[in-house]
Design a protein around this ligand. Structure first.
Ligand code: CA
Length: 229
């Protein structure tokens, strides 16, 4: 299941896209303006953006440029939705880093197929990132052995603490909400609520000692891994 942000101002298209993407198994958020779209993107992570180019405030190309220039957002795949006869916009958009485009009027089946391709590539890339060993200074996060070392010494983390740290560290600079983290690390066995995430993070920070600032609190959002600490 992927999280998809639809940035589109036409209500009929919003409904059509929401309905069909949901039916295809995705979680859909709709934003009616470029600014609302950017707001949603900064609030929670998405696996794909469907970006209309003709928007009432910022044009879609500008939104695309802002996303690609923002370190925390730039990995998200973008499919542009353009009107017929906007070939020059398509060229510019692909040059700005959009991954694909589809021209209105489109067949919904074709759109869903393209979304599926982009989403599955993106999720594969995310999983690859999560399999890699992560090192910051003399802190090592080893996903194969499920352990964390500081100066060569094993840090005794619980499985939940390890999963939290490893997930955040695999996506540095990106803020994740508590429910989002629950969703990503949940093993379906232990009952974890959004408040217990705070407790796990507090314990994790204590165990990280001099590296406690790697896990940052992002006010109003949740937590993020910062390599700057
Ligand atoms: Ca439009």
């Amino acid at each position: 299941m992927a999280r998809i942000l639809v940035i589109e101002d036409e209500p009929d298209l919003q409904d059509l896209l929401r309905y069909n993407l949901q039916k295809d198994g995705h979680l859909v958020t709709v934003a009616g303006t470029g600014n609302d779209g950017l707001y949603e993107l900064r609030r929670q992570p998405f696996d794909l953006v469907l970006l209309d180019l003709m928007l009432p405030d910022r044009d879609g190309l500008e939104v695309c440029r802002i996303i690609r220039a923002d370190e925390a957002l730039q990995a998200v795949p973008i499919i542009m939705v353009t009107a017929k006869g906007e070939e020059s916009d398509i060229v510019v958009g692909l040059g700005l880093g959009a991954d694909d485009y589809i021209t209105k009027p489109f067949r919904i089946k074709e759109l869903l197929a393209r979304v599926r391709v982009r989403v599955s590539r993106h999720l594969d890339a995310m999983r690859d990132a999560e399999r890699k060993r992560i090192q910051v200074g003399d802190l090592v996060i080893d996903p194969v052995r499920h352990r964390v070392l500081i100066e060569g010494q094993v840090v005794p983390l619980t499985l939940t603490e390890f999963k939290l740290l490893h997930f955040l560290a695999s996506h540095p600079g990106i803020a994740y909400g508590r429910y989002d983290l629950l969703d990503r690390i949940g093993d379906g066995e232990s009952v974890v609520t959004d408040r217990t995430i705070d407790v796990h993070i507090r314990n994790l920070r204590k165990k990280l000692g001099k590296y406690d600032k790697l896990v940052e609190t992002v006010r109003g959002v949740g937590y993020r891994f910062s390599e700057m600490a």
